[in-house]
Design a protein around this ligand. Structure first.
Ligand SMILES: [Zn+2]
Length: 163
């Protein structure tokens, strides 16, 4: 690894840890607890909605719409619950990393299926998947997924012993 590369990895690690810590959650949590913490963090309502056609359109897995009164995360359908969750967690990660500021474009500028034309809001501009912000977002999403998995595991152990 080149010295600049290890610097970059270190920076991303730091960024990721700070983002996850800003949720003020325990080391494990459920998806619902995470949604609640996201709303507290953003100080606004959050809605997660499946839009089945999304995946067919340009290979987009999920979108974060910054509406006047709420955050709206639209995600593609998938047979795998874990896949769907990862799409959503990736968008949560962008929120936690503060990628909503200055990176947006108007909803009207993008062709989206099934989104009413009058929808007012902004949309996180799509990034190059190899960019630092995408790598950081995927890394935050992985950490969140691990905490949710650990919580599900702890719960199933609990019911095994006490259920
Ligand atoms: Zn992204």
């Amino acid at each position: 690894m080149l010295p600049e590369e290890s610097d970059r990895t270190l920076n991303i690690e730091q960024t990721v840890s700070t983002a996850v810590a800003s949720l003020a959650l325990d080391s494990t949590f459920t998806f619902d607890e995470l949604c609640q913490a996201m709303q507290n963090y953003r100080q606004r309502k959050l809605r997660v909605v499946e839009l089945a056609e999304l995946g067919d359109h340009d290979g987009i897995c999920a979108l974060w719409l910054i509406m006047d009164s709420e955050d709206l995360v639209l995600h593609a359908g998938s047979d795998s619950v874990l896949h769907r969750q990862q799409f959503v967690l990736h968008e949560f990660a962008h929120m936690l990393l503060g990628h909503g500021q200055g990176d947006e474009c108007a909803v009207d500028d993008v062709l989206l299926p099934d989104i009413p034309a009058h929808t007012r809001g902004r949309l996180l501009r799509r990034q190059d998947p190899n960019s630092e912000s995408e790598i950081a977002a995927e890394s935050v999403a992985d950490r969140l997924a691990a905490a949710i998995r650990a919580s599900a595991f702890a719960e199933s152990r609990y019911s095994e012993i006490f259920g």
